[in-house]
Design a protein around this ligand. Structure first.
Ligand code: PAF
Length: 275
C-alpha cells in the first residue's frame, strides 16, 4: 500500500486552496461547537479544511470507540452548508498502515488529569494531529476550549515539533442551561442530561469562591455541594493553563477543570481564567 499515492488527490485539492488556510480536526458527530470553529475559521482565513476521522489510537480498550456516534452523510451535509472548502475523511488504513509503529510522546503534560484517567489518550491525539498537520499543512489550527488539556497538549506539540501552524482556541459553546456541547451528550438519558448541567454550575461556584478570597480547597468544597448526587466526580481542580499542574492560588492564565460521570457517560468541562 502506498499512502502518498492515496493522499495525492487530497494534496492536489489542498494546493488549490487560497491562503491562509484554517483547519478544524474533528471526529465527526458534529454539533454547534464544531460549527463555531468552522465559522471562526471562515471569518479569519480564506479557505477552511475539516478532517473527519474517528481516531482509534486515542481510545482505550474499554472505551467507546465502537459506539462513538458516526453519521458521515449528516456531517458532510452540515460542513457543505457551513462553506467548508475541503473535507478530509481518510480510511483508517491510510492513517494507520498495518505495521504502524511511530507515536508522538507528549511527556508529563499528557499524564495528568485526562492522561491519568486515559493513559494512551494524548499519545493518540498528538499522533493523529501531527499526521493531519503534515497532510493539510494549515496556517491556523482551530481547537475548541471544551477539551482544555487537549488544547494545551496540541499547542505544546506545535511548538515542540516546529510546525509553523498557529493554534487558535475557540470558546466552548453551551446549551441555554450551561451544558457544554459534546458529541458524547448524545449518550445521556433525560435524567443524566439534567444532572450533567451541575458540572458547569460547580465550576462557576468554585471560581466565584476563589475570587471571593476562599482557599482553593474551600472553594472546591463549596463547588462539590452544587454537583448533582447523580454525578460521580473524578476531578475538580485549579491548574496552570500551560502545564496543567495544580495551583494553590489563582495565577492566570489558568483553567478550572472538571470531569464527572453521569451514568456511563464521562463528561469534561472547564473555565478559562485568562487574567
Ligand atoms: O477533539 C477531537 O475531536 C479529537 O481529539 C481530535 C482533535 C479531532 C483528534 O482526533
Amino acid at each position: 500500500m502506498n499512502v502518498a499515492h492515496e493522499l495525492a488527490p487530497t494534496r492536489a485539492q489542498l494546493e488549490k486552496l487560497a491562503r491562509p488556510l484554517g483547519f478544524v480536526p474533528t471526529m465527526g458527530a458534529l454539533h454547534a461547537g464544531h460549527l463555531r470553529l468552522v465559522e471562526v475559521a471562515r471569518r479569519e482565513c480564506k479557505s477552511v479544511a475539516v478532517s473527519l476521522f474517528v481516531n482509534p489510537m486515542q481510545f482505550g480498550p474499554q472505551e467507546d470507540y465502537e459506539r462513538y456516534p458516526r453519521d458521515f452523510e449528516a456531517d458532510s451535509a452540515l460542513l457543505a452548508q457551513a462553506g467548508v472548502d475541503l473535507l478530509f475523511a481518510p480510511e483508517s488504513t491510510t492513517m494507520y498502515p498495518p505495521d504502524f509503529s511511530t507515536f508522538v510522546d507528549v511527556g508529563k503534560l499528557g499524564t495528568r488529569f485526562e492522561g491519568a484517567a486515559r493513559p494512551t489518550h494524548f499519545r493518540g491525539v498528538a499522533t493523529v494531529v501531527a499526521k493531519l498537520l503534515h497532510v493539510v499543512e494549515p496556517d491556523v489550527l482551530y481547537l475548541g476550549q471544551k477539551d482544555a488539556q487537549q488544547t494545551a497538549v496540541l499547542t505544546r506539540l506545535v511548538r515542540d515539533l516546529n510546525f509553523t501552524t498557529r493554534v487558535q482556541i475557540v470558546e466552548t459553546v453551551r446549551e441555554a442551561d450551561g451544558l457544554a456541547l459534546s458529541s458524547r451528550n448524545a449518550y445521556l438519558s433525560v435524567q443524566e442530561r439534567a444532572a450533567a448541567t451541575t458540572l458547569y454550575a460547580a465550576l462557576q461556584m468554585m471560581l466565584k469562591e476563589i475570587r471571593a478570597g476562599r482557599s482553593v480547597e474551600e472553594a472546591r468544597e463549596a463547588a462539590v455541594r452544587v454537583l448533582s448526587s447523580q454525578a460521580r466526580l473524578e476531578y475538580l481542580n485549579l491548574v496552570d493553563a500551560q502545564t496543567f499542574s495544580r495551583l494553590q492560588t489563582l495565577r492566570p492564565p489558568a483553567f478550572l477543570i472538571g470531569a464527572a460521570r453521569f451514568g456511563r457517560t464521562r463528561l469534561l468541562d472547564n473555565l478559562w481564567i485568562r487574567e
